[in-house]
Design a protein around this ligand. Sequence first.
Ligand code: ADP
Length: 311
Amino acid sequence: MKISLFFLVLCLALVVSLTSSGGFTWKHLFHALGWILIILFVAFLGLRRMFGPMRHLMRGVMELSNGNLDFRFPPKGRGEFDFLAFNFNYMADRIQDMMRSKDQLLLDVSHELRSPLTRLKLALEMAPGHKLKASMMEDIAEMESLLAALLETQQLKSDHGKLRLEELDLSALLAETAAKYQGRAPGLALRPGAPAVARVDGARARTVFQNLLENALKYSAHQSKPVEISIEPRDGAVWVEVRDHGSGVPPADREKIFEPFYRVDKSRAKETGGYGLGLSLCREIMRAHGGSITLEDRPGPGCVFRLVFPR
Ligand code: ADP
């Protein structure tokens, strides 16, 4: 577009200079303008054809950076663009392979660790009482829940983690989950909403609600304002928002907190200690439903997490 404009300005400047130098009539001027328009049109078409594939390539790069690792360019001819597209496809294949091996490794390790852990737990239960027994049992329970979260996340990515979908009222499910946290500071304020029915895996939707409510309460425990929860059917989907007024997440960490084992506070303080697996599990669950989970960019302290369940 900019190049076409440049040509237009150049041609107009030429015409103006010719008219001002005399010997050039209005008829000549209209003729010249006609030719300029034709040349511009042809140049525009030519440039569009030349740079069109670039736009296509840019789309591919954006798809890949947004996490769509399945995007590939269809095989075509032999030009420079096709060479670039071929290499792009090769790069996407390699990235996808690496991601799959990483996921498979996590899945295998989690699987393999479960049996020795169960044996350890049984042996410890049968062992005579010792002052360290209770804390060792606690550690084992923590490792078990970590492995369960890891397995669940990895299985959802593979075909084995199929959802058990059913028509459910998410408003009722959310209210039921919130009721479990009664009495926890700084409290939960659930805005009553109309029934919001969607096809979801109830157990997994509950896991997402629990993780979000648990986090919101944990990271705003010292605040006076309660955690606000809302749910509404909107744009053919069900939207859930959980807003707290706690410590918030720095902008640089907004996307990273959905990655496994990522924690903003690396020190794992006793009160907020976790492994950074909850939100990555939530993201996999929401993706498996064809929905999304996002941390919204809103003014003020605290966090606003939004879930969108397609109906
Ligand atoms: P964790 O078990 O560590 O809470 P999550 O995956 O649930 O793991 O969360 C990842 C990180 O995101 C947390 O360690 C915390 O730093 C940040 N985070 C999540 N929810 C909130 C929140 N409501 N307020 C502030 N930080 C949060």
